[in-house]
Write a protein that binds this ligand. Structure first.
Ligand code: ATP
Length: 429
């Protein structure tokens, strides 16, 4: 059966576990063997220090202790029947990775990053925050040598197809691996790390992207996995701050995440009725200090007791100077005489328990990811799974990544309307 692997990479986001669970279960449902790659690209570059066999741990144990081949085969067959990996029962049903990577390492996974998983392994993952299979930033994968090792590990383990859940950086990495794949295979064969038969069998990389990002910053999709949860957490925090702001008639400047993408800031502004938002894509047209003061003063004049300003971490003015929360505070205090506090929400925004929207999005997209992998042909592009107008769809990975990078480029060129237009999934049409 085909072997389908799934990994999470880059910054964690709520719903990543739901995505992994979905890919694993759908892969097994479609008759594949499921694998997880722990610690993102880092895990794939490192591979497994000690190779494990296909048989269950129990089966391997029996073989090791000299019991007969029939017993080992029976154990392997039982493991196969329950579509479980074999080493799961050794540590209790579904407990293997549940406690996270550090625990998993204690359980004997140290030095093993490519791990076969069964249905039971991902039980209970739907409502868990972060990513239980771990994520990392991997410098080695940015170099060809690292990608060569990653390709070798995939082929060595006979992985036919890979689903990567991460942000634009991780998907850029996926796209590079895809683009370079024929060259990597050729190099591996030339250095006799893989056989001619392997080179032929794995001539095409089947790879699919799932967008796990709290920023909702990938062009071509309406929503990314983790963004709804992050938005909910931001709203809860702003609501809490609002009560104290109104009680004391204070102003609060709240910094939220979003380097090139103001979605969280803008949507939080809408959802909380904030007075003003700063986002990277659309800086104020005039001098931001004047525009801000004019709006806030008006709101105070009509009787508002509180002032809430939300600023994305990547907010800039039209000359590309940063607009930081502390700068805004100074303006509000000095020019409007408001008792102003700054709150940086930081990592609380990353989420914890995923909200329903993220669980659903990740689950539906995981199903589509496996379908896309199993339908992939050398002639079809690699896809990223998207959602558009409430339908789960596929978009060419390369285009989505390129368009996302263009947004940052347009901003850096001060073409702010161009940046906003690129965010629109219907931009091409
Ligand atoms: P976040 O949304 O949290 O920033 P991300 O996936 O964009 O998530 P990055 O740190 O940008 O996070 O990327 C994650 C990893 O993907 C990097 O550590 C690196 O291994 C790989 N990667 C990123 N960009 C490239 C690239 N241009 N070429 C190869 N690999 C890359």
């Amino acid at each position: 059966p085909p072997k389908v692997a799934v990994m999470t990479s880059g910054g964690d986001s709520a719903g990543m576990n739901a995505a992994v669970r979905s890919v694993v279960k759908m892969a097994i449902f479609r008759g594949c063997q499921a694998y997880v790659i722990r610690e993102g690209w880092e895990g794939l570059v490192r591979g497994n220090e000690e190779e494990q066999g296909e048989q269950s741990a129990a089966g391997v144990e029996q073989v090791k202790h000299g019991s007969n081949a029939a017993a080992a085969a029976a154990v392997a067959a039982a493991a196969e029947a329950s579509s479980s990996t074999g080493f799961v029962p050794t540590y209790g049903e579904g407990e293997l990775l549940k406690e996270g990577v550090s625990e998993a390492e204690e359980l004997g996974l140290k030095g093993r990053y490519i791990v076969r998983v069964g249905w039971d392994d991902v039980r209970g993952w739907l409502d868990q925050g972060g990513t239980l299979i771990g994520t990392a930033r991997c410098a080695a994968f940015r170099q060809q040598d690292g990608r060569l090792r990653a390709a070798h590990n995939l082929i060595k383990h006979g992985i036919d197809a890979l689903a990567v859940c991460g942000g634009d950086g991780s998907l850029t990495g996926a796209d590079r691996l895809r683009a370079e794949w024929p060259e990597l295979v050729e190099k591996l064969q030339a250095s006799q790390l893989i056989s001619e038969a392997q080179a032929k069998r794995y001539a095409h990389l089947k790879i699919v992207g799932l967008v796990g990002s709290i920023d909702n910053d990938l062009a071509g999709t309406d929503l990314t996995i983790g963004a709804p949860t992050a938005l909910s957490r931001i709203c809860e925090a702003v609501d809490s701050i609002s009560s104290t702001a109104a009680s004391h008639s204070r102003a609060f400047v709240i910094e939220v995440m979003g380097r090139h993408c103001g979605w969280l800031a803008l949507m939080a502004g809408l959802a909380t009725g904030a007075d003003y938002c700063f986002i990277p894509e659309q800086p104020p047209k005039g001098k931001w200090e004047d525009e801000l003061c004019e709006v806030l003063q008006k709101h105070r004049q009509v009787g508002k007791r509180k002032t809430i300003v939300i600023v994305a971490e990547g907010a800039i003015d039209r000359e590309l100077n940063d607009i930081k929360a502390d700068d805004i505070k100074v303006v509000l205090s000095d020019r409007l005489g408001l008792d102003t506090r700054v709150t940086t929400l930081g990592h609380t925004q990353r989420g914890g328990r995923p909200v329903a929207a993220d669980r659903i999005l990740a689950t539906l997209q995981g199903v589509e990811a496996v379908n896309a992998l199993l339908e992939a042909k050398p002639s079809t592009p690699s896809y990223v799974i998207t959602i558009r107008e409430n339908k789960i769809t596929r978009a060419p990975l390369m285009e989505a990544v390129a368009q996302t990078q263009l947004v940052a480029k347009r901003i850096s060129e001060k073409d702010f309307d161009g940046a906003l237009a690129l965010r629109d999934p219907e931009f091409d049409e």
